[in-house]
Write a new protein. Structure first.
Length: 132
């Protein structure tokens, strides 16, 4: 449950700021927000360490060479921005099981991790299927 003393950012303010950044991104750089391609390219960069020949033969990586670029920096910026906003609002907590999850499903870390991994896989599949 959300506590009264929780000082997190207003979702309306955060949403408005994200909208402004999206408009500026399209207007200035001609690029839309996106993160799923970054994860695929990062996997390609990691795989390249172990088997460069395999990655170089994949059709996807022939078209989109795995490398650090604006989109990778965007994802890194999401991480850094969330870290900065949570520390400045004093709402940062390093917890394996959030309070809401624990209230509903119990304190099990493995159950939480399993559901998070499966949810991430479903979300990533849907994003890649939709082309972004």
């Amino acid at each position: 449950m959300k506590r009264i003393d929780d000082k997190g950012w207003s979702p309306y303010l955060a949403g408005a700021l994200a909208g402004i950044v999206m408009i500026l991104s399209v207007w200035i750089a001609g690029k839309y927000f996106g993160a799923s391609t970054t994860f695929v390219r990062s996997a390609g960069m990691i795989e390249k360490i172990f088997s460069a020949e395999c990655v170089e033969k994949m059709d996807y990586f022939i078209k989109k060479v795995p490398k650090f670029e604006w989109q990778w920096m965007f994802v890194f910026g999401i991480f850094m921005g969330s870290l900065i906003s949570s520390t400045t609002s004093r709402s940062f907590k390093c917890k394996a099981v959030p309070d809401m999850w624990e209230d509903r499903f119990g304190p099990g870390k493995m159950k939480r991790a399993g559901v998070a991994v499966i949810g991430g896989m479903v979300a990533m599949f849907g994003a890649r299927l939709a082309g972004g």
